[in-house]
Every structure is written in structure tokens, then in C-alpha cells.
Design a protein around this ligand. Structure first.
Ligand code: AMP
Length: 183
């Protein structure tokens, strides 16, 4: 397993752009498009994730709709693993199972194909998304993975908002790793 050097961490962190008051007043939106189009930062990040997860004996990477697809699909290919999309309700065409989770106002729902992780019971799955805030989305994703008969081994985020208690709550269910922690 590798850790990022302070210089590498700075390059990744500095490549993420803060957009104030998006999508609504009071939110600081972490824009990862400026990480993705920065080949040095994107390369450092993906190499780091590859080095970290190559010894985890994973069977699948599951990415959360939609930015988790970008990192998850790239990482799955690097690790020679299959990729599974966990999607917002109504997008997947085959039989699904779903989980509802609370938002600040109201609820949302995510789904996965019932057979997404194959026949083998206990397939080892890494769940990935760009960011954890309250942890509601990732918690629902980890629950979905486990409900299929597979096992969520870890949830990985590029950015963890550690001033919220999402990471702590999710740690009750699974291991959690954030490349960058924002206090
Ligand atoms: P949560 O369920 O509260 O942990 O929210 C995580 C999901 O919402 C992730 O899919 C993120 O992409 C998105 N999200 C929440 N807060 C932010 C933020 N400040 N900047 C960018 N994305 C966010």
C-alpha cells in the first residue's frame, strides 16, 4: 500500500476547484472536473488508487452515479476488474434492488442490478464516489452491495468532508478511505 507524498497530495488537492453557493446558497461545491482535465493530478490520483487497491484481492469496483463512474471505471480497468454502476432510480434496465436514503429535504433512491456481482457469494467489492458529505448515498450503496450477497470491503472517496459525521457513521458499516480530507 502506498501513501501520497505531501507534494503529490497538494497537487491533487489544488486541482479541485471550490464553487461557492452551488447548487444552492451556503454549499461549497467541490468541482472535480479541474482534477480530471489536469493530467498530472489525475495521473497521481489514479496511480495512488491502483497502488492502494492492488493488494485488496477485490472482485469488482462499484461506482456511484455519476462521478463515481469516472474514477471507478478507470480504476477497475487498471486493476483488471469488472465495474458495476450503482445508479439513480429508474436508469437500470434489468431487475434491480434499491435503497432509499434521506436527503436534507426529502429522500432519494439508488439501485443496482440484482446479478451485478456474479454468482459467487461474498464477492469482494470496493465502492467509490468522488465525495462523502453526510454519508447517506454511500451508506445506501454499501447496503445494496451487501444485499446482493456480495461484500462491501471499503468505501473510497477522493474527498471526505470530515466536518460532517458521514465518515464516522459509514465506518460502523465498512472501512472508509478518503484521499483528501477537508476540515
Ligand atoms: P452525501 O450522501 O451527503 O454523502 O452526498 C454525497 C453525494 O453528493 C456524492 O455523490 C457527491 O458527489 C455529492 N455531493 C455532496 N456534497 C457535495 C459537495 N459539497 N461538492 C460536490 N459534491 C457533493
Amino acid at each position: 500500500m502506498t501513501t501520497l507524498s505531501n507534494t503529490e497530495k497538494q497537487i491533487v488537492e489544488n486541482s479541485i476547484r471550490d464553487i461557492k453557493d452551488f447548487p444552492k446558497s451556503g454549499i461549497v461545491f467541490k468541482d472535480i472536473t479541474t482534477l480530471l482535465n489536469n493530467k498530472e493530478a489525475y495521473g497521481i490520483l489514479m496511480n495512488h488508487l491502483y497502488q492502494r487497491y492492488k493488494e485488496y484481492h477485490l472482485d469488482y469496483i462499484a461506482g456511484i452515479d455519476a462521478r463515481g463512474f469516472i474514477f471507478g471505471a478507470a480504476l477497475a480497468q487498471m486493476l483488471s476488474l469488472g465495474f458495476v454502476p450503482i445508479r439513480k432510480k429508474g436508469k437500470l434496465p434489468y431487475t434491480t434492488i434499491s435503497e432509499t436514503y434521506a436527503l436534507e429535504y426529502g429522500t432519494d433512491e439508488i439501485e443496482v442490478h440484482i446479478d451485478a456481482f456474479g454468482e459467487k457469494k461474498g464477492a469482494r467489492v470496493l465502492v467509490i464516489d468522488d465525495l462523502i458529505a453526510t454519508g447517506g448515498t454511500a451508506n445506501a450503496a454499501a447496503t445494496l452491495v451487501n444485499r446482493t450477497g456480495a461484500r462491501c470491503i471499503e468505501c473510497c472517496f477522493i474527498i471526505g468532508l470530515s466536518f460532517l459525521d458521514g465518515i464516522e457513521k459509514l465506518q460502523e458499516k465498512t472501512d472508509v478511505y478518503s484521499v483528501i480530507e477537508v476540515n
